[in-house]
Design a protein around this ligand. Structure first.
Ligand SMILES: C[S@@+](CC[C@H](N)C(=O)[O-])C[C@H]1O[C@@H](n2cnc3c(N)ncnc32)[C@H](O)[C@@H]1O
Ligand SMILES: [Zn+2]
Length: 593
C-alpha cells in the first residue's frame, strides 16, 4: 500500500526519522529521548569493552598456546581457554587446527588471526519496538553494531516499524528487521542468541524477564526499563511482590530501592538457568528506572547470589534503616562454605525511637553500577556531545552517578531526618562535613538531590542531629514522639560541623550540573497506544500529553483492565518526591504493635 505522507508527521530524534500517523495508533513518547540516548551511550561503551575483552582473551590465548605449542604442538590444537566469566566468545569452535609445518610461532599467530575474525558485530534485539525509533537509532548511530531485530505483537506497530525502516534508507533496511510476534516466544526460541537485549515495556517488564535472561549471549547486555514506579515504590507492596518477588518500602530512598528490586528480580530469573548478572549502570530518570546488566553463565559463581541480596528493616517511627544480608560465605580450607545470613540485625524495637520496623526486600545490595563503565560512558558522551539530543540531561545524571559511593545501598534524606526531629535542616554541606569529620564517607545520590549516601551508622547520624538541635532548639513535642525519644538521649559522639573540603562533590565544586529540570511541560509517561483516553488520563497527564485524544465515550477511571501495566504516573509517587512522612499514620503504628 502506498504511503500518503500527508497523513504523517515526521519525527526526528538523533539520526533517525520516523513517520507518525496523525491518528497516532503507535506508541511514541518524546520524553524517552533520555532513555534512548543513555542506551546508545551504554551500547557504544559495550562495543568498546567487548572488543577489549576479546583482545585480552586472544593475547592470553596466544601466549598460552605459544607456550603449549613449544611443549606439545598436537595438544595445543585441542585446547580451549574459557574466559574468566565462563564466556565462550573466545572459542575457536574447533575450526582452527594448528599445524606443525609453519612452526610454533606461526601456529600461534594463525590461531590468533583466526579467533580475531570471530568477534562478530553485536546482534541486538529490541524486543518491544513500537515505531522502531529506538532500533533505528541503534542501527544508524552506534558504530560497529550488527543486526538489529525489532519485535512487536501489535500489527499497527510492526507496520509502522517496517515503514520507518524503509523511510530511513538503505543503511536501515540492511541492518534492521521487524517481526510481528510475541517477544517472549521469540526470546525463548533464540537462547543466547543476542549480544544485546532491550526491554522497554509499558509498565512492568516482569513478564519478559524469564525469556530475556535466556536470550542474552554469555557476556551480553540486558537493558531493561520499568515505568511502574508506583508499584516499585510501595504504593501496592503486594503487587510488587507478585511481580518482582520483593517487598518495597515507602522511604525517601524508594526510587533507588526500585532499581535494586528490579536487579534482584532479574538475578533471580537468571539463576534459574545457572546464570547471573553484573550491573554496569542503573539509572532512575524522569518517571522510570532503567538497568544495564551483563549476563554470564556459571553454576559456581551463582552461589554468590545470596551475598548480593539483603532485606531492609525500616523503622516506622524515625525512618532509620538497616540491611540484613540474605546469605553469607565462610572460607573453608581451599574452598568456600555458603550459609544463611545471621539475623535479625535489629531488635524488635528501634534502638533510637522505640518504634517497630517494617521489613522489605530482598533487594540487590551489591553495587548497582560499575564505576569504570560509568566513567567510560561519561567520557564517551562528552566526546560526542553533538550526537546526543539529551546531552545535558544524561551528562548530569552520569556525573552524579560517577560520584555515588558504590558500596552503600540506599540513602538518608536530610529533610526526613529533620522532619523526624521537627527541627530546621542543616545545609547539606554542613551535614556532610560533620559526617566526614566523624571519619565516615559521604556522597550524593543520582535519584534524589537531597539524598545522602554514607557508611556512617545510624547512631552517628542521630548524634550529629542531636548536636545540631542543641544549637538550633526546637519547640517542645509530645514525649512519645519518635523525635522526642531520640533527643532525650545525650550524644555520645560530639559532631564537628566545621566545613570540610569534601563536603561538596567534585561536580558541585566545579559547578557542573547534577540535576536538571524537565525541558518542557508534560515530560512524563504516555498512555498505551490505541487505548481509550479517559478523564483520569487527562487529569493525570494533562491535555497535551494525551495528544488531544479525549474520547467522548470514555470509560471512567477504574474501568481499565491491567491499570498498573500502563506507562502512567500514579499521583504523588512518580512526580518528584513522594510525601512519605504522612504515611506513618496511627494505622501503621497499630498494625505493627
Ligand atoms: C513502551 S512501547 C515501546 C517503545 C519503544 N521501545 C520506544 O523506544 O519508542 C511497548 C511496546 O511493546 C509492545 N508489546 C507489548 N507486549 C508485547 C509482547 N508480548 N511482545 C511483543 N511486543 C509487545 C506494545 O505493542 C508496544 O508497542
Ligand atoms: Zn526508630
Amino acid at each position: 500500500m502506498e504511503t500518503d505522507l500527508n497523513d504523517y508527521t515526521v519525527i526526528k530524534e538523533g539520526e533517525a526519522e520516523v513517520l507518525m500517523h496523525k491518528k497516532n495508533q503507535v506508541f511514541f513518547n518524546k520524553a524517552q529521548v533520555n532513555n534512548r540516548d543513555m542506551s546508545i551511550a551504554v551500547l557504544r561503551a559495550f562495543i568498546i569493552k567487548r572488543k577489549q575483552e576479546h583482545e585480552a582473551m586472544l593475547s592470553k590465548r596466544a601466549r598460552s598456546s605459544g607456550k603449549v605449542v613449544e611443549k606439545d604442538v598436537s595438544e595445543t590444537s585441542k585446547e580451549e581457554t574459557p574466559t574468566e566469566n565462563g564466556d565462550d566468545n573466545g572459542k575457536t569452535n574447533g575450526e582452527h587446527e594448528v599445524t606443525t609445518q609453519d612452526g610454533p610461532k606461526e601456529a600461534a599467530k594463525t590461531a590468533y588471526e583466526s579467533a580475531r575474525r570471530e568477534l562478530k558485530p553485536p546482534r541486538v534485539l529490541e524486543a518491544l519496538s513500537a515505531s522502531g525509533l529506538r532500533a533505528l537509532r541503534y542501527a544508524r548511530e552506534v558504530e560497529g553494531i550488527g543486526q538489529v531485530v525489532a519485535l512487536d505483537n501489535d500489527p499497527a506497530s510492526v507496520e509502522a516499524c517496517q515503514r520507518n525502516i524503509k523511510f530511513n534508507g538503505l543503511m536501515s533496511t540492511s541492518k534492521v528487521e521487524s517481526h510481528l510476534t510475541d517477544a517472549r516466544v521469540h526470546m525463548l526460541s533464540h537462547p543466547k542468541d543476542f549480544d544485546v537485549v532491550d526491554l522497554d515495556p509499558y509498565g512492568a517488564p516482569s513478564i519478559f524477564l524469564d525469556s530475556a535472561v535466556q536470550s542474552v549471549a554469555d557476556g551480553g547486555l540486558l537493558m531493561c526499563t520499568a515505568t511502574d514506579m508506583a508499584v516499585l515504590c510501595g504504593a501496592n507492596g503486594e503487587v510488587c511482590y507478585s511481580k518482582y518477588g520483593s517487598y518495597p518500602l515507602k522511604g525517601k530512598y524508594c526510587h533507588e530501592m526500585a532499581l535494586r528490586i528490579l536487579l534482584a528480580s532479574i538475578e533471580s530469573h537468571a539463576n534459574r538457568y545457572k546464570r547471573y548478572i553484573v550491573p554496569v549502570l542503573s539509572v532512575q530518570m524522569d518517571f522510570y528506572v532503567r538497568v544495564f546488566v551483563r549476563v554470564y553463565t556459571s553454576a559456581s559463581a551463582m552461589k554468590n547470589t545470596p551475598l548480593k541480596l539483603s532485606y531492609v528493616y525500616q523503622c516506622i517511627g524515625c525512618d532509620s534503616f538497616h540491611l540484613q544480608s540474605v546469605g553469607r560465605s565462610l572460607p573453608k580450607n581451599n574452598s568456600v562454605r555458603y550459609l544463611p545470613g545471621v539475623g535479625p540485625v535489629v531488635p524488635q524495637d528501634c534502638t533510637h525511637c522505640g518504634k517497630k520496623y517494617n521489613m522489605g526486600g530482598p533487594i540487590w545490595s551489591a553495587p548497582i553500577h560499575d564505576q569504570e563503565w560509568v566513567n567510560s560512558i561519561l567520557n564517551g558522551v562528552k566526546s560526542m556531545k553533538d550526537r546526543y539530543p539529551a546531552y545535558d540531561r544524561i551528562c548530569a545524571v552520569l556525573t552524579t552517578i560517577s560520584e555515588e559511593l558504590p558500596d552503600v545501598p540506599l540513602f538518608l534524606s536530610l529533610h526526613s531526618l529533620s522532619a523526624t526531629l521537627k527541627c530546621t535542616s542543616p545545609s547539606a554541606a554542613l551535614f556532610r562535613s560533620a559526617v566526614i569529620n566523624a571519619k565516615y564517607r559521604v556522597s550524593g545520590s543520582h535519584v534524589n538531590p537531597l539524598g545522602i549516601k554514607t557508611d556512617a551508622p545510624m547512631e552517628i547520624i542521630w548524634d550529629i542531629m542531636r548536636c545540631w538541635v542543641k544549637n538550633h532548639p526546637i519547640k517542645p513535642q509530645s514525649p512519645e514522639h519518635p523525635g522526642s525519644v531520640i533527643l532525650s538521649k545525650e550524644p555520645s559522639h560530639q559532631a564537628d560541623f566545621s566545613r570540610h573540603v569534601g563536603s561538596l562533590s567534585k561536580a558541585q565544586a566545579k559547578k557542573v550540573a547534577r540535576f536538571l529540570p524537565n525541558p518542557e511541560k508534560h515530560w512524563g509517561p504516555k498512555i498505551r497506544a490505541g487505548r481509550t483516553i479517559t478523564s483520569k488520563h487527562v487529569s493525570l497527564l494533562g491535555h497535551e500529553a494525551v495528544n488531544g485524544h479525549l474520547n467522548n465515550n470514555h470509560k471512567e477511571a477504574g474501568d481499565e483492565e491491567e491499570e498498573e501495566e500502563e506507562e502512567e504516573p500514579e499521583e504523588d509517587i512518580i512526580e518528584g518526591e513522594p510525601e512519605l512522612k504522612r504515611q506513618k499514620t496511627t494505622e501503621d503504628f497499630a498494625s505493627t504493635s
